[in-house]
Design a protein around this ligand. Structure first.
Ligand SMILES: Nc1ncnc2c1ncn2[C@@H]1O[C@H](COP(=O)(O)OP(=O)(O)OP(=O)(O)O)[C@@H](O)[C@H]1O
Length: 559
């Protein structure tokens, strides 16, 4: 026993352990970034990229590490790389680990719901921002235990490096035993040292798991998490109201002869100034007229122009030449049976889905397409197009970022996508939460909220990007009946503030009360459209009549 204690406290063996830990830490740190790259390549949508690394992963996982160590030890010098045994061990461990960790990370990324990515896209985030802010943090939450195991295995595997003369713990124990033959005491002490190091990793793993497990997180009091005073006093409603008024787009002017007359007058003014003034003044006049004409145009032209849009999924025509115009400040409700293409249409407006033919203009611009002689073609940077279009999208299943608090969810896009100052974004997020009746929930995680609260946060998250257009995809259909009213009243308030909105819903009461226009779709086409009273009281098409009868029958038997 005293011998064991002697070897356990021997600096010679502790130095060997330090070398083993050093190799482990360096190799693991070097292996993780390429492992992420391997995981992404293995998940690529292109088959050629997916299979490219398969032979490498196959060989690394299928051959013994000892053999790989010996291989690199012999081959590197013949290739002209004269490196130390320590570096050779690091190279072998890194190359081996990338294959294993790559597969683990691949599994973690695949487990993140695709809805999380969609939410990022809808907020205008680039693929890179979505990857490192949304996907990887969520993936690492589920793969942390597996990666910790890898770290422990790697620590133990450093002992194999003794065969290439790396001066680590196992080699040093062998050297002592070769001299004094005290197997039990020396190897017992070495084993205890390995146990100490691997236990440290286990403790680290439990700590990381606790930190990453949001299910077990307590809600932090607001005062502990921010130095910015919370606006919760009597002035808060006024603050929110002022902010929301700023969001407000101009109400559409009716296309009266008055607005057209303004445009005519502008033409005359421009001509007159060109005739009577110097060329410099004429240029200024031209610029002025162009600006005014653009403003008048924005009032006269539809804010959203959808022209003959077609979309096919796997040979099935889902949108079959849909056309519609939506004016600034207008609230349009889209109705239709399941599978009629309503969601697909909404998704094409902010380029979450590509169209096959036709075109969609928002505020006079294509979103994510450019015109060419071959018609409109998608641009490379759809994220930038979505960001610039400022279209808010509210999903049926909320799609809040699971690993972020309410406040972080709301501030993410303003700060990361639009480059806003964090304090300013936080202040505004709080004012908006106050408006939505969610003050005090800033530090809750989505799973700590009811469905109605989550959907209200999702609306606030979209509003924080100052959208010019809001798209709602069945925002209440995933909610319990008693929570529907909370969400609808928020949307109604937005409608009253003059926000341009397209709402896909089966809430007939909401459509009657809030819609300026109701559009009925079926089989990928617009069947009819009109004022709510016209559509609900006197539908012209028998398909609309049949749909409304079914809905009313459902409502009458509902409890
Ligand atoms: N990514 C996709 N891949 C294949 N088919 C799809 C895809 N998205 C939608 N579809 C199909 O397109 C059709 C229209 O779907 P969409 O979700 O637009 O209908 P909807 O009118 O919104 O229906 P619901 O009210 O049930 O949501 C459906 O048949 C659906 O299965």
């Amino acid at each position: 026993m005293s011998n064991l204690l002697h070897y356990f406290t021997l600096p010679f063996l502790w130095q060997g352990l330090a070398t083993a830990v050093e190799i482990t830490v360096i190799s693991f740190a070097l292996a993780i970034p390429p492992s992420i790259a391997v995981a992404l390549m293995r998940l690529s949508k292109w088959r050629s990229v997916r299979v490219l690394l398969w032979p490498y992963v196959w060989v690394m996982r299928g051959t013994p590490l000892l053999l790989q160590l010996l291989f690199w030890f012999d081959i590197l010098p013949t290739l002209g790389f004269r490196v130390s045994p320590f570096t050779t061990a690091v190279i072998a461990l890194v190359l081996n680990e990338i294959a294993f960790s790559g597969e683990i990370i691949k599994g973690g990324i695949s487990a993140v719901k695709s809805a999380q990515r969609e939410a990022g896209l809808a907020l205008g985030m680039s693929r890179w921002t979505i990857l490192h802010r949304v996907i990887l943090p969520q993936a690492f939450r589920s793969i942390a235990p597996a990666l910790s195991n890898e770290l422990i295995i790697m620590l133990k595997n450093t002992s194999l490096a003794s065969v290439i003369a790396v001066d680590e713990l196992t080699l040093r124990s062998q050297q002592i035993v070769a001299v004094n033959f005290e197997y039990l005491a020396v190897f017992g002490a070495a084993g205890a040292l390995y146990l100490i190091a691997s236990s440290a990793v286990t403790v680290l793993q439990s700590w990381a798991e606790r930190r990453l497990n949001i299910e077990r997180k307590q809600v932090k009091p607001i005062s502990q998490t921010s130095h910015v005073p919370v606006v919760l006093d009597a002035r808060s409603s006024a603050t929110s109201a002022r902010f929301l008024t700023r969001l407000r787009p101009r109400r559409a002017l009716p296309r009266t002869s008055a607005t057209e007359e303004v445009a005519d007058v502008l033409d005359e003014v421009e001509l007159e100034m060109k005739r009577t003034h110097s060329s410099q003044h004429a240029e200024l006049a031209q610029q002025l007229a162009a600006t005014l004409r653009a403003d008048v145009g924005a009032l006269v032209e539809p804010f959203v122009k959808i022209a003959d849009v077609r979309k096919t999924f796997r040979g099935r025509q889902v949108l079959n030449g849909v056309s519609m115009d939506i004016n600034a400040g207008e609230v349009v409700v889209i109705l239709g049976p399941s599978g009629s293409g309503k969601t697909t249409l909404l998704r094409t407006i902010n380029h979450l889905e590509q169209i096959d033919a036709g075109e969609i203009l928002v505020n006079g611009k294509l979103v994510g397409y450019r015109r060419t002689s071959r018609g409109v073609v998608p641009v490379r940077s759809a994220a930038a197009a979505r960001r610039d279009a400022r279209i808010g999208f509210v999903f049926q299943h909320f799609n809040l970022f699971d690993h972020m608090t309410v406040l972080q969810n709301i501030m993410e896009a303003p700060v990361r996508v639009y480059g806003r100052d964090a304090r300013d974004a936080r202040r505004e997020a709080r004012a908006l939460l106050d408006w939505a009746g969610l003050s005090g929930f800033e530090n809750h995680y989505p799973h700590q909220l009811s469905g109605g609260q989550q959907q209200r946060v999702a609306i606030v998250r979209a509003l924080a990007c100052h959208p010019r257009l809001m798209l709602f995809d069945e925002p209440t259909s995933a909610l319990d009946p008693e929570l529907v009213g909370q969400v609808l009243s928020l949307i109604r308030e937005l409608a009253e503030l003059g926000m341009t909105m397209i709402v896909v819903t089966h809430e007939m009461g909401f459509a009657r009360a809030c819609a300026d226009r109701v559009i009925y779709m079926e089989g990928g086409v617009v069947v009819e459209e009109g004022a709510p009273d016209e559509i609900f009281s006197n539908p012209r098409d028998q398909r609309t009549r049949r749909f409304l009868q079914i809905i009313h029958a459902g409502e009458s038997i509902a409890p």
